[in-house]
Ligand binder design. Sequence first.
Ligand SMILES: *Cc1c(COP(=O)(O)O)cnc(C)c1O
Length: 391
Amino acid sequence: MSDKRGFDTDAIRTQLERSPHREHAQPLFLTSSFVFDSAEHAQALFNQEAEGAIYSRYSNPNNDEFIERLAKMERCDTGIATASGMAAMFASMAAFVESGDHIVASRALFGSTHQVLTRILAKWGVSHTYVDPTDTEGWRNAITERTKMIFAETPSNPGLQLVDLEFLGNLAREHRILLSVDNCFATPCVQRPADFGAHIITHSATKFIDGQGRVLAGAILGSRELMDEVQFFTRHTGPALSPFNGWVVSRSLETLSVRMDRHAENAEQLARKLEGHPRISRVHYPFLDSHPQVELARRQMKNGGGIVTFEVAGGAAGGMRFLNELKMISLSANLGDTRSIATHPASTTHSKLTEEERQAVNITPGLVRIAVGLETFDDIIADVEQALEKV
Ligand SMILES: *Cc1c(COP(=O)(O)O)cnc(C)c1O
């Protein structure tokens, strides 16, 4: 077989060596530490002269298999598994910055990532500038001599604004700074930031990667050199992924590709059906012709992903009413689950932002987000339509 296997084969067949039991699926390695053959073996492992697991805060076979698979899918050398997406976001920044450094980031960031920049890294003298994700000149103008990293999320949550990854890849190369992309919304099945020059890819594996709403997990991926720095940081600060959760998300990668195709198929159908609905003023979905960046979406994404957002009539009260009238679709803070989930960002995930900050990232009072699941499409649309009738 050639070295270059297909994307799906990599996701399914990448595995660590099996034990003498010849198990087909990877067993669960619930062990905090590993045994040394001798004092010399322990010494060699600690000096990184021999390869092997020492302690599960450093590495564990379940997490290693998860990372090997995801790194192949993201076209990165290697990576680090973390206990949650936020542990990945924080470590991927904290490992590289020091007091006085500056980060340029998209204004449309996941809420906790925004808090890491504004309240946590700021305490240690790391500053940041936010940029409108769609304003290419804005990205360029925000870079200073102390800029260490560009951090972007695309598509954004919940505004579904896109960042031009090719442009950012070139900009980062020009200025010799790091480009880090949170690829949680798209997953490597839909877009691969490394193909456009991203140096670091981060994930909340809690979302589409697990895909069934069971565990928290995260990942940081990149070149071996960069990941050595992140590994130093995580090894000593301890945001390690539980091996059980690593085992779950590693198995989940095997079905991610087929699930993402169906999430996107259902989401695109829902977006198309809702456009022009009398109780909805606006539908956001990257692959709709009405999306202001549809050309960019078709260039950098395989499909439009699994999230649809729309503006319900009646403002905030209309949005909340819509949620209360849903019969099947769950009200939950997660996304990327087999079960469709609805949220009202203005009253929940983004309620801490000012009205102005919300406007800047497309979060209007009546905006509803649906993380479209894998149920029969007719049942998804029927639930949305009956709830809209009561708004
Ligand atoms: C959920 C999410 C995170 C945080 O991940 P957790 O696993 O919940 O810690 C980060 N970025 C994006 C885009 C997310 O949706």
